[in-house]
Design a protein around this ligand. Sequence first.
Ligand SMILES: Nc1ncnc2c1ncn2[C@@H]1O[C@H](COP(=O)(O)OP(=O)(O)OP(=O)(O)O)[C@@H](O)[C@H]1O
Length: 253
Amino acid sequence: MSLIETHDLTLRHDGQVALRDVNFNIEAGEIVTIVGPNGSGKSSLLRALIGALKPASGKITRKPGLRIGYVPQKLQIDATLPLTVRRFVNLPRRQKPEAIRDALATAGVPELAERQMVDLSGGQFQRVLLARALLEKPDLLILDEATQGLDQPGSAAFYRQIEAVRQDLGCAVLMVSHDLHVVMAASDRVLCLNGHVCCEGTPEAVADAPEYRALFGSGTQGALALYRHDHDHHHHHHTHHHGDACDGQHEET
Ligand SMILES: Nc1ncnc2c1ncn2[C@@H]1O[C@H](COP(=O)(O)OP(=O)(O)OP(=O)(O)O)[C@@H](O)[C@H]1O
């Protein structure tokens, strides 16, 4: 059984449809990326999956006992509040010192436990948020634009960390990102949204899909090839599958 599945899921805000008829699933251990222009429903879908937004119609099925770790886009920390990394990751629920040490190490920041949260760089801060999510021992890690504010090498490094985490823990990863070429190269599967599912498949298949190119142009393909060149792990290959085209016409390839 999939970790999580949506069936004809439609989401609304104040009566307005944000996303319609999404049929989506994620399997154990997969890395899936959601891409799409601003306002295309990416965050709405994530919020529905974590249970923060109720379906207007359709349904979401979660594997019984599913544990989700969530890394938010941004978190404001009061700059006047003294708060070490150790205390911060202890906040939602008290954790064992070994668990904290392991989570910080897995997130790539083993040395930061005693640092002040406000002194962290953007990349370190996101890794601490990742460590906090890992303390949930997630089967599924969900990240919402977790590299906002990081520069390109910084976000590439962050996504490599995510891949390492996936290999270490075997959790599935679902993330939203605007760093198209970096994140697509690190994904097993890409879901492209534009108020509905535009197209989905392997990163190569999506980068080639006319629906995707209509939204983003063909510029990312070269960068994708470049990144993959020195990228030596194995990707599972899924069948190329097209959903509705973005203009609403049904198109099969
Ligand atoms: N709380 C809300 N109340 C009303 N409308 C909302 C709310 N949240 C989102 N929307 C609307 O729903 C649509 C989808 O928004 P969503 O945030 O899911 O898109 P997104 O793809 O994540 O966008 P971005 O890339 O800009 O973050 C947009 O039209 C947005 O204005």
